[in-house]
Design a protein around this ligand. Sequence first.
Ligand SMILES: Cc1ncc(COP(=O)(O)O)c(C=O)c1O
Length: 357
Amino acid sequence: MNLPSHGANPAHLYDASGMVKPSSIIDFSVNTNPDGPPGWLKDKWPSFLELVEDYPDPSGQAAVNAIARRLALLPENILPGNGAAEIIHFIARHASGKKAVIVTPAFSEYEDACRAYGCMIDYVPVDVDSWVLPVETLEEKAKEAAVIFICTPNNPTGQVFQRKELIRLLEKTRAFGTIIVIDEAFYDFAGEDSIVSEIRPFPHLAVLHSMTKMYAVAGLRIGYIAASPEIITRLKRYRPHWNVNAIALQAAQEIASDTQYAARTRTWIREERERMMKEMKKIGFSVLPSSVNFYLLKDSSLDEQKLLLRFLLKRGIVLRHTENFHGLDGRWLRAAVKKEKENNQLLSALREWESQC
Ligand SMILES: Cc1ncc(COP(=O)(O)O)c(C=O)c1O
């Protein structure tokens, strides 16, 4: 079975599973804000049309300034990308032919990008049940590595590494010249506590943010990296001219000044996530703690979850498989937190599964 390597691709998943896609589905494999983009973005959308006539500003300066202001950093600390995914490729290119360490499980694009640029990949696994950053192992590996990728809040587990452990790692690796990439694509679902405030004391820290997730603008392609001016200058060399389109830049500039949408979303997502987890445990499923808008679940009586995945697919409920996540290898399924009505449909299907077992 050639399953899709990312979520949000239900047609491919049904195809690869040899199943017919029902006319109506609920896609729990996509982990963007289920409320969609903020209302103000929809209202302003028609005015964005005039931007398409000209080339965008190649440096995206207005957006860069707004993001820097929001994060209390300088414009020299910010590099926007065609989604955070593009910047992951810049980093992999920087590490081309050298060692790249990936703390796993993690977003699969680090591995794909590192392979594309011929990096030597070294995986450092984390036990999903205890979820502790292996600082000493990483310190040892950092001596030989050009880059270390750490995803927190973690995709796919939804768990966060303790800030004091991340800082301990930054302290221990300061002298090695290794870039420590902390991917915080989901940080605004967990709170406003970003590690970007540590960029000044730690010039080898690079923090990835994406606007895709919280603001539900996956199709726009806008993300950025925040880091020391030295790292930004290095990565800029790999940037194609006009890499971020004018509409994405305009949206990014305005999103950077919106403080309310994320706060509102965080509150209701947290309530809905906790309700779902409680209900799932009552039904008999195992769930891992999560700080964000998705979580891992499994039927503990199964070694791998393919049967459950197929059972749900048949009912039009699409979860994210974990076959291509190192350390999970299909032993869990990932579900996004959706609106109450859709979440209840997932619970009903899980109750049906449990009653048949
Ligand atoms: C952890 C993580 N980082 C980065 C990205 C890429 O985000 P973007 O849409 O900004 O390219 C994703 C997308 O799924 C992700 O899950």
